[in-house]
Write a protein that binds this ligand. Structure first.
Ligand code: SF4
Length: 311
């Protein structure tokens, strides 16, 4: 069951343990690497197979959007915030972290400067600070230590179904209960669109179950734009069923990969799609199908890039 909790005060949350963060030693990006299934890519394929193909197989470059970059900076600020001693995680200190987080994002992504060409990054800084301030209305970062931040999770279901994802935060309570947290800088979905959020939460829960053999006690999506929290408490049987759904989805992707049949499917997200010039639904022509990528390592950015709908 998915639950929406507006402006929850978490001061009574039990204090989790702190452990060193994982070192991300992911392979360097390659334009023709083997695709994997992440919540975003699974959602792409369900929404529009052509969009999946152009993103995951052809890897057609997409220009960064302001929303995506803003979201990346917010995530970087929150990560840096938890790197400080708990007593220093004051709202004013969080606001001070924004310029350094921005510089890091600039250094890592091309095309970011163009987004703030008019007037510099100050307006973006203010947008980020507003979202970070909203975070303080939902959680108090001085009252707990995360178990892990920005953790890359990888698991091959049944040996050959590659699931990949980045988990923003994992909390572990003294009694061992585990909570998975994901920050969203957009607004929470209405009842009509909760299925997508639930899909993502189940995806994370299944990855945690298969990598740690633990059913997370809670999964939490924190929506900063409208200060809302969605929580989900999974059950093992439900996750076993979800694994069968992902298995069928991956099989459909493999079948399409074999034939090159990735039909365009008009949907409500077309208006945000950068692939319109290549889409037959909008008068475009896709490039020749390059074939299913060879079995090379999966680059981190294939599963970790934050796209507008992930924010
Ligand atoms: S514009 Fe719509 S139909 Fe075309 S590729 Fe994008 S999502 Fe698919």
């Amino acid at each position: 069951m998915i639950v929406s909790v507006a402006a929850v005060n978490l001061r009574n949350m039990s204090v989790p343990l702190s452990v060193p963060l994982p070192d991300d030693t992911a392979d360097a990006p390659s334009p023709r690497s083997r695709p994997a299934l992440s919540p975003s890519r699974a959602s792409d394929f369900k929404q529009c197979p052509l969009k999946y193909r152009l993103r995951a197989i052809d890897r057609v470059p997409e220009p960064p959007s302001r929303a995506a970059v803003r979201g990346t900076v917010v995530h970087a600020v929150l990560e840096d915030l938890f790197g400080l001693p708990a007593a220093e995680r004051q709202p004013a200190r969080a606001a001070e972290l924004v310029p350094a987080a921005w510089e890091r994002v600039r250094a890592e992504r091309d095309g970011v400067d163009e987004l703030v060409a008019d007037g510099g990054p100050q307006a973006l800084f203010e947008e980020v600070r507003k979202l970070v301030a909203s975070y303080y209305e939902l959680e108090d970062p001085r009252r707990f230590e995360p178990h892990a931040l920005e953790e890359r999770v990888e698991v091959d279901l049944d040996g050959d179904i590659p699931l990949r994802g980045f988990v923003d935060r994992i909390d572990v309570a003294p009694n061992g209960l585990l909570r998975v947290v994901d920050y969203k800088t957009g607004r929470s979905p209405g009842p009509m669109h909760e299925a997508r959020a639930l899909f993502q939460l189940k995806f994370y829960a299944l990855m945690i179950l298969r990598t740690r053999d633990i059913v997370p006690a809670q999964l939490r999506l924190i929506y900063l734009a409208d200060k809302n929290i969605l929580t989900y408490t999974p059950e093992r049987e439900e996750l076993d069923r979800f694994q069968r759904i992902l298995t069928a989805l991956w099989q459909a992707i493999i079948d399409a990969g074999r034939t090159g049949d990735f039909p365009p499917t008009r949907n409500s997200m077309c208006k945000f799609c950068d692939f319109k010039p290549l889409c037959p639904e909008y008068g475009g022509t896709p490039p020749p199908y390059p074939g299913w990528p060879v079995q090379t390592p999966i680059p981190a950015d294939l599963v970790t890039e934050r796209l507008p709908e992930d924010m």
